[in-house]
Design a protein around this ligand. Structure first.
Ligand code: GRF
Length: 210
């Protein structure tokens, strides 16, 4: 078994394409001192993402990097990696980052990129996970924090939280119920890593006692 990271105050970069509510929830956990981490930079592939303004409002560096300014995914990810390395980031936190991570990024940050997905993986990967759950008719869904690999929401699972699906749910009500749990789960998973308690072997992630 390999320890994901020795205990430390985590130096994080957050990548977000949109609204940034998970980013905000992580910031609040840091402020409350529930999470031993600092966020060095918020990077967005969408120059108009509300997450950028949220970072600026909190005094966190907000860095737009538009993939359209690059010749292809490799060139775009080389820039990302340069920015992350320049800040000596320990972990990259994807929070509503709407792109697949490619090999350039993963080679530089293997087992150091996390994502949160609004379903109980491996069910309902990809877009519109909450609607997929409703359409399928499951009675429970939830959210998953996982390590990122080259697939779509396929990396090793760190933590999951279950949420009931109610008979009168629509996409909006189910998404809200799941999002509330996302906002707790993400910082809790990060804190376990900060405590040096997360170990990995193959696909299996084990959280060890203190
Ligand atoms: C969340 O539902 C997250 O699970 C998914 O994208 C959404 C991002 O929301 N990956 P926000 O930008 O953090 O508010």
């Amino acid at each position: 078994m390999k320890q994901l990271m020795t205990a430390r105050q985590l130096k994080l970069a957050v990548l977000a394409s949109g609204r940034g509510s998970n980013f905000d929830a992580i910031c609040r956990a840091i402020e409350r001192k529930d999470l031993n981490a600092q966020i060095l930079v918020l990077i967005s592939d969408q120059p108009q993402a509300p997450a950028l303004a949220k970072a600026t409002a909190r005094g966190i560096e907000a860095l737009p990097i538009n993939p359209r300014d690059y010749s292809g995914r490799d060139a775009y990810e080389e820039r990302l990696v340069r920015e992350l390395e320049a800040r000596q980031v320990d972990l990259v936190v994807l929070a509503g980052y709407m792109r697949l991570v490619g090999k350039v990024f993963l080679k530089a940050y293997e087992h150091r990129v996390l994502n949160i997905h609004p379903a109980l993986l491996p069910s309902f990967p990809g877009l519109n996970a909450q609607q997929q759950a409703l359409d399928y008719g499951v009675k429970f869904s939830g959210c998953t924090v996982h390590l990122v690999d080259e697939g779509m929401d396929t990396g090793p699972i760190i933590m999951q939280r279950v949420v009931p699906v109610l008979d009168d749910d629509d996409q909006e009500t189910l998404s809200q119920r799941i999002l509330k749990e996302e906002h707790e789960l993400y910082w809790q998973a990060l804190q376990l890593i900060a405590e040096g308690r997360v170990w990995i072997e193959g696909r299996r992630v084990v959280v060890k006692a203190d």
